[in-house]
Design a protein around this ligand. Sequence first.
Ligand code: FRU
Length: 518
Amino acid sequence: MRKIISTLIIAATFQSGLHAQSDATPSEEQLYRPNFHFSPKKGWMNDPNGLYYKDGVYHLFFQYYPDGNKWGPMHWGHATSKDLVRWEEQPIALYPDDLGYIFSGSAVVDKNNTSGFGDSKNNPVVAIYTYHNPNREKDGKIDVESQGIAYSLDNSKTWTKYSSNPVLKNPGIRDFRDPKVIWDTKRKQWVMALAAQDRAHFYTSKNLKDWTFQSEFGKELGGHGGVWECPDLFPLKVEGSKEEKWVLIVNINPGGPNKGSAGQYFVGDFDGKTFKIDEHFTKQLQREKAVWLDWGKDNYASVSFDNVPQDKRIIIGWMSNWEYAQEVPTELWRSSTTVAREVSLKKTKDGYILKNVPVTQLKKYQGKPITKKISLKSENQLISKSEINLSKAVIDLDLKKMNAGKYTFSLKNTLGEEVLFGIDNKTKELFIDRSKSGKTDFGKNYATPITKAPLNEIYVNAKMKLVIDKTSIEIFFNDGEKVLTEIFFPNENFSQLTLNTNTNGTSLEFNAYQINTK
Ligand code: FRU
């Protein structure tokens, strides 16, 4: 969001104590506040930061401006959860200081007390974040961004900033931010992935305080339609094999596959210093140009948790897009996170797929299913208002004997507003069309172009999991092999699901579950 930042700093100065807070109408609050995705009680939120698990609790920090509903001087807000589904907002964790605003970053559980901030009985949690200095920016200097650390000895109730910050000074690169740190078990070192304008930098450290530059990656590879932001490097087992690969997620803005912000990934190997993409992945990249984590317009800055039990790799993204995030029609707060997702790596003849599906904990909140089996006609009523509340639901769809036509689902309300989505098995695409979904005229590239994700084949059988929460839909196609996440703002909650098709002979079976988190 480099372009946006400077304009916003000026805007934010005039905005403190924003009047919009008190003008918020209760109806807007009720209509748009998600039921089970995290959104801050008030104020502006963007990227998830500092995700970690410790002592039975998941911690989510986030880019936060408490005094307005647009981007402003960044803090780290904080929320906690026992199961990655129900989040409880906590007091602000990190405030801006003389070195600057607190931009995105990560947190690690320092189990061996390598930093010396704790002791063997009390492992410190160390946050590594970017300082963005608005004064340097105003003066037109290049060294606006540097990296700082802070630690907590009481499970994130209180934080102490390190007295010798910054720990990583700016080397003369304008965009130099979003440190994501992991413990490299093989080499017994900390590894930091950092976004440096149009590439990733890797640094290593023994104590989280002294960092050594090791290598850079990606200047000539993958998507470059915008600045690189929020990288995440981690090892992952290949499904059904003993092989381990390293995955590098890189978020870019703009330049996403359907305009604006999006996340791409690379698969390769990391030797403790250098990340190199795998041969098999190289061919995939040549074909696809960039490989996307999510094809929808609303999943940005996805990064993973530190220290999750059983080595699971869980990610959460910001469910919005810099193209219009500051104009979406909510007043009291802005933005929510995606549902927490577990990622896994599948190797196919065409390359690697970083699959992502909702965490299994979500099942705990699913009620008894409504199950239906239908031989599809041209128009099919799937779910009506009396059957399930579609503003908090999970639906598992199973299509069989499909042919080369179009399957258009419609999530609609009584005002005739609808979100269309589905599978075009002729053009070989998944799609979401929110051009008639209610309020649509507030932002660039919001209603159009229509979101599309290419498919490699004409499917005979296909599955889709839908996670629907009032103002969002997350579509997980074939066990998360392709994902589309989008938000919408109807003038009345959606209450019906239908399916239209120009095909013959297809059968559909589905289970629809109410989500009850209250
Ligand atoms: C991504 C981003 C990060 C930055 C933060 C500022 O959305 O631009 O690169 O650290 O947001 O809020």
